[in-house]
Design a protein around this ligand. Structure first.
Ligand code: GLC
Length: 427
């Protein structure tokens, strides 16, 4: 049962989800992001499942209907033409029947589908949907290790900051210096027409984002070539943790559905990933750090990407230490979890992934902390998340110092996470 004051927020969250629902997929928010985004959809399905299980399955199935033949699931599906977003299909030119982008996003599908399956009221319906998705998610996981870990290090690299889902994090600054800006086609940004430019990536960052897109496009989006040809190859501990969790969850799901081969393969991937992740631990920061694969060095940047590994089954002492790091950061901000350490002079409380708090991150971190018994820190994160909603509505992200709403408004995955937090608190 949900308390009456919370039930108003709950209803409002469903309203936001329905408003951004285009029938078989949701858009992150109208205006700023008018297409289907990969990990937004997977996390959104969790929220939808509380009021319409069939609709939740459709959300993920629509995404996987656009999986590439090589196994990659693209980060954006351009279902219907809309000129409100840049770069659109004419820039990506991936040649897919329904246009898509040519890069991927954090593979949270394995986690989401297991959760949908386990909480399903209609088990038969859920088994049917999960069974059909199982080999597709498995193919995506294998795609990562084949194409993004070509030398068998056990960790996968992102080749574009947009793949991380944390577009302009401080984590990428150093490696991004290696990406040129010469020769990019002239362009007009659309994001800054929908949101305050001071809350968004800079012009220089955008130039580099586009240089990479043009570079990969010139290679025909051939995933067997992109990794080695990319001047940007970064191993993000958060991204890898999501993949590891996805593999472990897919293995559990495959066991439940009697698919031993998929179960075995994914369990092995998760184990290899967990062992390799240990090389990214920083005792100084009490968290994991990114590794720049090109230079072979750890990136001295304490971002939320290094806290997210609690979402995977990292060693318990690491997870407890991350909980302490979060507590330390909480003392410096009114709301948690900031996407970058507030003690770092590069921290910017309103600029996208360089400081603001995001509810999707809060949800995954709280989930991992809860699982290892850090219930107080997890409860604090959940409370802070709901306080942000009461304070500022369903925003894209929030200034952790003031709680001010930043970026786009009436945001789908923010609303989905609110539903999740409320249901967890109420059940
Ligand atoms: C931004 C975010 C990314 C998200 C997308 C749509 O690009 O950085 O994580 O998927 O918006 O909401």
């Amino acid at each position: 049962m949900i308390a009456p004051e919370a039930s108003k927020i709950y209803d409002h969250a469903i309203e936001v989800l329905k408003e951004n629902d285009l029938g078989t997929y949701t858009v992150p928010t109208k205006g700023l992001y008018p297409f289907q985004w990969n990990w937004d959809s997977c996390l959104t399905a969790l929220g939808q499942s509380h009021y319409d299980e069939a609709r939740a399955w459709t959300e993920i199935e629509t995404l996987f209907a656009h999986q590439w033949p090589d196994g990659m699931v693209p980060h954006i599906i351009f279902h219907v033409w809309n000129d409100g977003y840049f770069p659109g299909p004419d820039v990506w030119q991936t040649g897919r029947p329904t246009p898509t982008s040519g890069i991927t996003q954090p593979p949270v599908a394995g986690f989401a589908v297991r959760r949908l399956f386990e909480r399903a009221r209609d088990k038969e319906l859920a088994a049917r949907h999960a069974r059909a998705l199982l080999p597709k998610i498995d193919a995506w996981h294998r795609w990562f290790y084949d194409n993004r870990d070509p030398h068998g290090e056990g960790l996968v690299a992102i080749l574009h900051p947009w793949e991380s889902g944390r577009d302009n994090s401080i984590d990428w600054d150093e490696a991004f210096e290696r990406v040129p800006t010469e020769g990019i086609d002239p362009y007009t940004r659309r994001d800054t027409q929908h949101a305050d430019p001071a809350h968004r990536p800079t012009r220089e960052q955008y130039d580099r984002y586009l240089w990479l897109v043009q570079h990969f496009r010139a290679l025909g989006w051939d995933n067997s070539k992109l990794h080695d040809a990319s001047p940007f190859q970064v191993i993000d501990p958060g991204f890898n943790a999501i993949l590891i969790r996805g593999c472990a969850d897919l293995a559990a799901l495959a066991d439940a559905l009697d698919e031993p081969e998929i179960a075995r393969a994914n369990r092995v991937l998760a184990e290899i990933g967990l062992a390799a992740l240990e090389g990214l631990w920083s005792a100084t920061h009490g968290q994991y750090l990114c590794l720049d694969r090109t230079s072979g060095t750890l990136v001295d940047s304490a971002s939320i990407g290094g806290l997210l590994p609690v979402f995977a089954a990292v060693p318990k002492d690491r997870a407890h230490e991350i909980a302490r790091t979060i507590e330390r950061q909480s003392a410096a901000t009114r709301f948690v979890v900031p996407s970058h350490d507030p003690a770092d002079p590069r921290f910017e409380p309103k600029r996208y992934w360089r400081g603001p708090a995001w509810l999707v991150m809060n949800y995954m971190i709280a989930d991992g902390l809860e699982a290892i018994g850090e219930t107080e820190v997890a409860a604090h994160i959940a409370k802070s998340s709901l306080d942000l909603i009461t304070h500022s509505g369903f925003a894209e992200y929030y200034d952790p110092l003031t709680g001010e709403a930043c970026g786009g408004g009436r945001f789908t995955w923010t609303a989905a996470m609110v539903i999740e937090f409320l249901r967890q608190a109420g059940s």
